[in-house]
Write a protein that binds this ligand. Sequence first.
Ligand code: ASP
Length: 409
Amino acid sequence: MKLLKSLTKLKLHWQILIAFILAILFGIFFKDHVIYVSWMGDIFLRLLRMIVIPLILSSIISGLVNIGSGGNLGRLGLKTFGFYLTTSTFAIIVGLLLVNIIKPGVGMDITSVAVDESIVIERPEISDVFLNIVPDNIFHAMATNDFLAVIFFAILAGIFISKLDKKNNLVLSHFFKAFFELFMKITMFVIKLAPFGIFGLIAKVVAEQKDFVNMVSSLGLFMLTVLLGILIHSLITLPLITRYIGKAKPFRHLSNVKTTLITAFSTASSAASLPLNMKETHENSGVSHKITNFTIPIGTTINMDGTAIYISAVVLFIAQAQGEVMGMQEQILILITALLSSIGTAGIPMASLVIITIILQVLGLPLELMALILPVDRILDMFRTTANVWGDSCCAVVVAKSEGEKLNV
Ligand code: ASP
């Protein structure tokens, strides 16, 4: 009891770290009892998902109302999209370069990898991704967590609220501001549960790992390639951009958003990490709501640097395993398709697999070979999601600095 009391007095990140270590031990030593704790992770995830759509809607609308004139919006939009496009392109290039250098797929014994047939993956057309940005029913879009469609609607609503007459403008802008505050308050409450949620999620992931040694021996080189790409991007590329373009201190910012990053790692969902990212980037690093409300929700959907590294590495790895040599032209095709298709991907676990099917289709590679990477997908998902969320947060800092905001980083 005394121990529990002193634990609750610890700072949240220490509580999370302790929960994390205990969860790994629990997953290893009490594998068969993980069901008694995994529900905590499920509830935590459900709570986060519960607030995401209303938060996206209210944050973008209230953010746009704050931004004011169309000129401001255009400038912010250009900076945000410019940042996301540039960093995603860098990420894909790093992924492609590393697979070309390390060649994890060359000489791979394709027949030795078990095909997990329980996973069925839909095969969308890339043109649908763009068409679906415009919702035909906004309530359906919200109910089905169609982020891009909700963002599209929120941007329209935000722009047109500022064009209403003064009376109606005030009513609606106050309403969405209050709505946003409400969901930030709920976020604060959910964050307090993070140590329990993370404990449940990590214990489950650890307990579910089958034959870890075999997995590492057959796919170790591929895992290493992806992890190296994610590390280079997260600890070199993004910090350099934040330092030299944003004129901010990247590692102080990294420390400010650590709860967000640990949540991204544990949930493997950038959508679920969105509320925390907005809160920590605003409260700890000092980025205004005007910027976080615009850059982070949009980044959660369209900016996925870790995912970009992963998908380019997977596609090239599969081609290598198949004995195909991908020339410059094909690799540029991978880059462009990866960039375009990642825009419409929701920030949920295993979302990359959908993008990979699109690219494999475009390149005419067999979709079945995707089974090669399925055993390690979940583990790598945790790392790539962390990089995705970190990229969004860096964007908020760089854009805020370029707008002349005084930050704590
Ligand atoms: N899980 C990732 C995210 O939520 C997407 C993916 O790469 O599967 O950002």
